[in-house]
Design a protein around this ligand. Sequence first.
Ligand code: ATP
Ligand code: MG
Length: 568
Amino acid sequence: MRWTQTFIPTLKEAPADAEILSHKLLLRAGLLRKLASGVYTFLPVGLRALRKVEQIVREEMNRSGAIEVLMPALQPPEIWRQSGRYETASAVLFKVRDSANREWVLSPTAEEVITLMAASEMNSYRQMPKNFYQVSVKFRDEIRPRFGLMRAREFIMKDAYSFDVSDDAAQVSYQKMYDAYTRIFARCGLKAFPVEADTGVIGGKFSHEFMVPAETGENEVVYCEGCGYAANLEKATSGIPKTAAREIGAVMEKFATPGAITIEALTKAPYSVSANRQIKTLVYTADSKPVIFLIRGDDQLNEAKLAGIIGTPIFRAATAEEIFAALGAHPGSLGAAGVKDISIFADERLRGANDMTTGANEDGFHFRNVSIERDITVTKWWDLRTVTAGEPCAKCGKSLKMRRAIEVGHVFKLGTKYSEKMGALFLDESGARKPCVMGCYGIGVTRTLQAVIEQSNDQDGIIWPLAVAPYQVCITPLGVAPDSPVMQLAEKIYAELTERGVEVILDDRDDRPGVKFKDADLVGFPLRVAIGEKSLVKGEVEIKPRGGALFTVAAAEAVARVLALLKA
Ligand code: ATP
Ligand code: MG
């Protein structure tokens, strides 16, 4: 490709609304342009890199035995009602209306469509295992689209759905995807690592997210350098000790705490109750009913852990009015002692705790000498707290660390949730009717592309890993007069490399060398071959790997050297 024949509108400065480096580079290198917030056009060079990522994804999916399909982006809302997600996923669903005022949903993912397909087509155990995948445009009404392709309203996702006859068989399908993902991100030149992920309402142990470490990532990952444990903060647990039980003392006793409505206030005189001897009472509303969560005064509630216990992802902190109606007091004086008819979920760390202080459900009063198991009717114990860095690893005891990361992929064992709801049943060997056991597996293809840039760049621009570079080689003749020896050699090398299947761009622009070099570095081609009059007099050309040191080679050897470098 000749530079003048493609379209690479590089920019000196990134537009002001590009916040993170990779977003700036996508725009500055002329790969991407914004149409609206979270909605982008891929320009030719950006599209080439995107196709490379897609190709790697397809190759590894095919290699794992998955089969490609293409499902509609336009979906009837009825199927979303059938799965129950019309309500639970409502916040991200884009809904449009046709000319007859009928509603449609723009696909944010495709569990419903594929499960319905399986319901009508997959009837026998003989048809399984199967894993269907697609690479397609997805739509999500994100509250806060940002960081370019990282959190977009319209983006490209590879989604796959496996169908198996049993839990054990589903585990094999899951592992195949896990392995394929490991290969995909490695081939893209990404340092991505799997972490245990939240399983929300579906529950179970099998969900992993693939994370790319980055300061700008929207996820917090907890990890252990001792044993390799790694989990999304939403899911992470630690080996932090439970609350020490004390000699059981007096019975629970009410005392006046005028104006003291925070954990902090009660730690001060005249009360002097340390935070680890207080019970924090948090009230939420789920299905229009109050739910109480209890955690230790020095801990933080982890909202991501709540869906699993209350059985719905739709909940919110209760308002002061709702709380007053339920408990008869305002936040700051709340407690669960003596509370009946409301579900009370207590954090595991409080199990066995006594000699605790908590609100008395009377404004201005608290209880002390509270023994949680004696004085509070706990509906269920659950892991509710947020891990912090430095806590001991539950597996090996080493101090846990935390880092930010970008989620590029997600593998999830779904079980029979969708197959039961949507009738994806099959006849097993003995003729019994059973629901298919499913898994779902996503890769944010466009997010992955940007994650590559976020991870691989320098002050001059993008440094493409070879496998996803839009072009592998940029030939930069320092003069472009058609009959000049410089341009003639450039044309010759261009023709020979192209002939060999190398993807080459020939910078045939009549521009100053400085401009051309800057652009080549900004766009980030892995190899640059510069041909100038001065070196050509000596029979030499310059080769510079992006991010490496420049060296000269005999003009006649240029093609062989480039080929060797690309193979290495
Ligand atoms: P997030 O937690 O970032 O919102 P998610 O958990 O909702 O993502 P999944 O439903 O698991 O995402 O989707 C699979 C993959 O699609 C994600 O791992 C991510 O790489 C990508 N993805 C999800 N939402 C977006 C988005 N708004 N823009 C770009 N990529 C996205
Ligand atoms: Mg996810």
